[in-house]
Design a protein around this ligand. Sequence first.
Ligand code: NDP
Length: 338
Amino acid sequence: MSVRWGLIGASTIARQFMIDAIRAQVDGEIVAVMSSSQERAAAYAGENGIPVAVSTLDALLNADIDAVYISTTNELHLEQALAAIKAGKHVLCEKPLALSSADARKMVDAAKAAGVVLGTNHHLRNAGSHRAMREAIASGRIGKPVAARVFHSVYLPENLQGWRITRPEAGGGVVLDITVHDADTLRFVLGDDPVEISAFTQSAGMANGGLEDGAMCIWRFKSGVIAQSHEGFTTKFAGTGFEVHGSEGSLFASNVMTQKPVGSVLLRTAKGEEELSFDREDLYTRSLRQFHAAIHGDGQPSATGEDGVWSLASAEAALQSAKSGKAVAIDPKLGSAA
Ligand code: NDP
C-alpha cells in the first residue's frame, strides 16, 4: 500500500531533500503541492514532476492523499497541521513545530485524538554519526557522561537569507532555526532531557528586525550532564562538531551538524583512539522510511511530535533566558492541554 503525499509549502528544503527522500521509498508517491500562489505552485509542480498544484489548504486536503509534509514558514505550521490532522492525514512537520511549545502541544494532542501519526523533521537523529555516538554512550564506552559541546554555527546560504533574518512574525532567528536541532540532537545522543538553559544571543550584522543571528547556550540535563552549544548564521569558516566527554572516554565528532551523511566520530579512551564507523545513508530518506513504517503501525517517526515539543520548549527557554539574563527551566509540559 503506497503512501500518497501532499506537500504544504513550495519550499527549498522540499526541493533539495524531501521530494527525493519520499520518492526513494518503495511506497512513496507525491500527489500534490500547495503554495500560497497558484503560479508558484504550478511552476514548482512542473519543475518537480508533481501532478497536482493548488493554492489553498482545502484543495490540498481534498486531494487523494494520506499524509502531508509541512515546510512553510514557521508561523503557518500550527494552523496547517491542525487542519490536516482534522482531515485525517498523517503529518510530518518541519521544525519548529509552531511558534510556542503550547501550540506544538496542541498539535500533539490533536494527532493523538485523531489517531494519525505526527512527526517532527529533526533530520540529525537519522545521521549515522549521531546514532554511532548514541550507541557508544548507551553501551558505556565513555563511562558516565559528564559534559557535551555542540558547534553548530554556520553561514546562512544567500538563497536562504530571507524570512529567517528579517521576519520575527514568521518565526525567524537562529534559535528557532538551529537551537531546536541542537536541543533534539543533545537529547537523542545523550539519551537524557534538558532541565535548564542559560543563553546569550547576538545580532552580528546579518539579521535585522530585532532577530538574533548568533546564540550561545549552556544547558543542564536531568542526569547532571552540562552542555554548551553555539548556533549562528554568520560564521563562514567555523565548521561544525559535537563532543561528549565522560568519565572513561571522550567522543569527538567533526562536520556532523549538517544535512549530509558526512563527518567523522573519534572515540578516545585509556586504550587510545578509535574512529567509529557508521552508515552513510541519506538522513531524510531514513527519516521518511521510519515515518512510513509508523503509518503502517510499525514503531514511531524518528523524531515524534513530543520530541518537537521538547526542542521548541528548549528554544523558547533559551530566548527567554537571553531576554531576562537569567537561567530558565525547560518544561515541555507547560503547554499541555491534558
Ligand atoms: P523557503 O524560504 O524556501 O520556503 C518557505 C516558504 O517561502 C515557502 O513555503 C514559500 O511559500 C515561500 N517562498 C519560497 N520561495 C519563494 C519565492 N521565490 N517567492 C515567494 N515566496 C517564496 O524555506 P526553507 O525551505 O528554508 O524552510 C521551510 C521550513 O523548513 C521552515 O520551517 C524551516 O525551519 C524548515 N527547514 C528544516 C530543515 C531541516 O533540515 N529539518 C532545513 C531547512 C528548513 P509558498 O509555499 O506559499 O509558495
